[in-house]
Design a binder for this molecule. Structure first.
Ligand code: M6R
Length: 620
C-alpha cells in the first residue's frame, strides 16, 4: 500500500525521492506527491494517477532545488484518489508537510477539534489532521534541538490506529522526523545522507545499510546531528542495524516485459536459496535460526498456520506435510478471521505466520493476538527488517529476493519450502521420523529447483493456451489433496491478474453443487496427483475430469510425465516432471502462474500492478 520516501543529504532531493517512489510503485497506488524544503519554504506537487502525471506536472512547474524532501504514493482509503487527497498534506499555516501510511482511526474527532479552532480542511483524508495538529503542537513546544521530534511524539500519543508518518517543518531546514506504529518504516544510512522508506526498495540504489525501527518509535534525522530514535514517551532507543542482502539489480526487470515473468523465472533460485545452508550433509535439518528451544518445540501440541491470500494457500499446502510428518494437528486460517473468533491458544500452541512482505496488517494483528494468548509465534517471511518477523518469537526467512509484481510467485514456492523445513525440523527434534526417512525427504527437497527449471523450459504451449483463453468468462480449477490449495492459488492468480471470474474447488466437492455451472466450453483446469500417490486419489481425479468433460467442459489437465490415464480426457495436456506427492505443488503451480500472466497480458492489462490491488496490505 502507500509508499513513503524521505531524504536528507547532499544530493538533489527531488531526484532521490522520485527514484524511491518509482521503486515503490509495485506496492500499488492511485496518486503521488512530493514536498521539498528549501530556503525556509515548503513547496509541494501532487497528482492523481500514476507517477508519470506527477513528473509531467513537475516538468511544467518545477519546484525550487532542495536537499531535503519527502514523497508519497497513496492507496486511497479515506477520500477518493484525487489531486487534493494526494499526500503530502500541508498545515493551514503552511509550516508543516506530512505524508502518511495507515489509518488514523480517531481522525473524525480530531478533525472536529481542529475545525472548532477555525481550521479549514482542504482534503477528505484522515492524514490532514496530523499536519494541523503537528503545526499547533510545534508552536506549543519549547524552542531547542529536537523540537519537531518532540512535537511528533506529542501528536502520536493522541493518534489511534496504525500509521507511519514523515514530517518536515519550515523552521527546521535540516531535519526530517518520522514515526511508526504497526506500519512499515525503515531508515537507510548512506555516507553523510539518510533515507526513509516504506521498505528498503526505496533506497536500495543508494545504500544497503539500514536501521529497523521498533513499535511506537519516533526517528529524527538531522543533517548534522545524525539519527536519534526515541519511544513515543521520549525514552531513547537504539535502532537495530542490518545490511540489506538484496541489490538494486534484483529489483529491476532485467530485460523481461514484466516483473512477474522475471520472478517466475527466478523460482528455481528462490527455492534453492531458501534451502541453502539449512540441509546438512547427512540429510539432517540445520535450523539454528529458529530461536525456539528443543524443549519448546517438543511441548507443542497444536499448530495454527495464519496468513492471507497466496501466503494462506502456502499454509494450506503445508498442513498436509506438517501433519503427515509430525502427527501434530494443524489448523490453517486466514489472518483476518483468526483473532475475531477467539481461537483456542496456549503456551503449547505454535502459530506459524506466513508473510512475504512481513507487513500485512491482518497477519500482524493475528500474530499479536497469538502472543497475547501466550502461544509461540514463528514467522516465515521474505523481508528482513519488517514488522512481522521482528515481533515473532522465531523467524525463518525465505530467500526469494525482492518480489515486485503484486502477484506473488517466487515467494509462494519458497514459503511452501520453508514450511516443509519447519515441519521436518519438528519431526527431527521430536524424534517422530527416523534419520533416514528425514534424509529421503531432504533429497526430494534438494531436487525441487531442477524440477521447477524443467517446468519452465516447457512453458511455450502454456503461453499459447493462455492466449486462446483470453476471452473466457469463467475458468474453474480443480484439485485434490495438495492439489486443492494449488487450485485455489491458480484461481486467485487468474482473478487478480486477468479479472476473469475463477474458482478453485476440491475436485470431490464438484458433484455437491459446483458442477451445475459447467456449460459447453467452460475451461476447467485440473491438477492431477501422481498415479503413484499413496492415497490413490489419482483415479478419482481422472473420473472427475471425465465428469466435467461429459458436461461440455474444455479440460486443461496438469499431469506428471508418464501418466497416460489422463490422455483420453485432456483437451490440453500440460506435463510436469515426476515429483513426490507432497512436493508436487512446487511444480504444478508454475504453469498456473504462466497461464494467468499470459491471459492478462493478452487482455492488455498491467500484469505487475493489477487494478485495485496493493502489494502489501497494511490496513485491516
Ligand atoms: O505479504 P503477504 O504474504 O503477507 O501478503 C499476503 C497477500 O496479500 C498476498 O499473498 C496477495 O494475496 C498476493 N497479491 C497474491 O498474489
Amino acid at each position: 500500500m502507500c509508499g513513503i520516501v524521505g531524504y536528507v543529504g547532499p544530493q538533489g532531493a527531488l531526484d532521490v525521492v522520485l527514484e524511491g517512489l518509482r521503486r515503490l510503485e509495485y506496492r500499488g497506488y492511485d496518486s503521488a506527491g512530493v514536498a521539498l524544503l528549501s530556503d525556509g519554504e515548503l513547496s509541494t506537487a501532487k497528482k492523481a494517477g500514476k507517477l508519470a502525471n506527477l513528473e509531467k506536472e513537475l516538468a511544467e512547474q518545477p519546484l525550487p532545488a532542495a536537499t531535503i524532501g519527502i514523497g508519497h504514493t497513496r492507496w486511497a482509503t479515506h477520500g477518493g484518489p484525487s489531486d487534493r487527497n494526494a499526500h503530502p498534506h500541508v498545515s493551514a499555516d503552511g509550516t508543516v508537510a506530512v505524508i502518511h501510511n495507515g489509518i488514523i482511526e480517531n481522525f473524525a474527532a480530531l478533525r472536529a477539534e481542529c475545525e472548532a479552532s477555525g481550521i479549514e480542511f482542504s482534503s477528505e483524508t484522515d492524514t490532514e489532521v496530523v499536519a494541523h495538529l503537528l503545526a499547533a503542537v510545534y508552536e506549543a513546544t519549547p524552542e531547542g534541538e529536537g523540537r519537531l521530534a518532540e512535537a511528533m511524539r506529542g501528536v502520536c500519543q493522541r493518534l489511534e490506529g496504525a500509521f507511519t508518518l514523515v514530517a518536515t517543518h519550515v523552521a527546521e531546514p535540516d531535519t526530517l522526523v518520522a514515526a511508526r506504529r504497526s506500519s512499515p518504516l525503515v531508515v537507510g544510512v548512506g555516507d553523510g545522507e539518510y533515507f526513509l522508506g516504506s521498505d528498503v526498495a526505496a533506497f536500495i540504489g543508494h545504500t544497503r545499510e539500514a536501521r529497523e525501527l521498533g513499535q511506537d518509535q519516533v526517528v529524527e534525522i538531522d543533517r548534522t546531528r545524525g539519527l536519534t530514535v526515541t519511544g513515543f514517551d521520549g525514552t531513547p532507543a537504539e535502532p537495530k542495524a542490518y545490511t540489506v542482502d538484496w541489490d538494486a539489480a534484483a529489483a529491476e526487470k532485467g530485460g523481461y516485459d514484466w516483473f512477474m515473468l522475471k520472478e517466475i523465472a527466478e523460482q528455481p533460485q528462490a527455492v534453492a536459496d531458501t534451502l541453502l545452508g539449512r540441509l546438512g550433509e547427512n540429510g539432517e535439518l540445520l535450523l539454528d535460526e529458529v530461536r525456539l528451544s528443543d524443549e519448546e518445540l517438543r511441548d507443542i501440541d497444536k499448530i495454527f498456520v495464519v496468513s492471507c491470500g497466496t501466503s494462506y494457500h502456502a499454509g494450506l499446502i503445508a498442513k498436509y506435510a506438517i501433519e503427515h510428518w509430525t502427527r501434530i494437528p494443524v489448523e490453517v486460517e486466514v489472518a483476518s478471521e483468526f483473532r475475531y473468533r477467539d481461537p483456542v491458544l496456549d503456551r503449547s500452541t505454535l502459530v506459524i505466520v506466513i508473510s512475504q512482505s512481513g507487513e500485512t496488517m491482518d497477519t500482524l494483528m493475528a500474530l499479536r493476538h497469538a502472543k497475547e494468548q501466550k502461544a509461540r509465534v514463528l514467522a516465515i517471511c521474505n523481508a528482513n527488517g519488517s514488522t512481522i518477523p521482528r515481533e515473532s518469537d522465531a523467524v525463518l526467512y525465505t530467500h526469494a529476493g525482492p518480489e515486485i509484481a503484486v502477484a506473488s510467485t517466487k515467494a509462494f514456492l519458497s514459503q511452501i519450502v520453508a514450511c516443509y523445513l519447519v515441519g521436518l525440523f519438528l519431526a527431527q527434534v521430536r524424534g517422530i521420523k527416523y534419520e533416514d526417512e528425514i534424509a529421503a525427504i531432504v533429497d526430494d527437497l534438494r531436487r525441487l529447483p531442477e524440477a521447477v527449471e524443467k517446468v519452465l523450459e516447457q512453458m511455450e504451449p502454456v503461453r499459447a493456451l493462455g492466449r486462446s483463453l483470453a476471452d473466457a468468462n469463467t475458468i474453474l480449477f480443480l484439485g485434490r489433496h495438495v492439489g486443492f490449495p494449488v487450485a485455489l492459488e491458480g484461481a486467485l492468480k487468474l482473478k487478480e491478474l486477468a479479472y476473469i471470474h475463477a474458482e478453485g474447488f476440491a475436485a470431490g466437492e464438484l458433484k455437491h453443487g459446483p458442477i451445475a455451472v459447467i456449460d459447453q466450453g467452460t475451461p476447467v483446469v485440473v491438477i492431477v496427483p501422481s498415479p503413484r500417490s499413496r492415497n490413490s486419489v489419482h483415479g478419482k481425479v481422472v473420473s472427475n475430469i471425465q465428469e466435467v468433460r461429459a458436461r461440455g467442459a474444455r479440460t486443461i489437465v496438469i499431469a506428471e510425465e508418464g501418466d497416460e490415464d489422463v490422455v483420453p480426457y485432456a483437451d490440453h495436456l500440460i506435463r510436469v516432471p515426476r515429483t513426490p506427492t507432497l512436493m508436487a505443488p512446487v511444480v504444478t503451480t508454475v504453469p498456473l502462474q504462466v497461464l494467468s500472466c499470459e491471459i492478462a497480458d493478452t487482455r492488455g492489462f498491467d500484469v505487475d500492478q493489477p487494478r485495485n490491488l496493493a502489494k502489501s496490505v497494511t490496513v485491516e
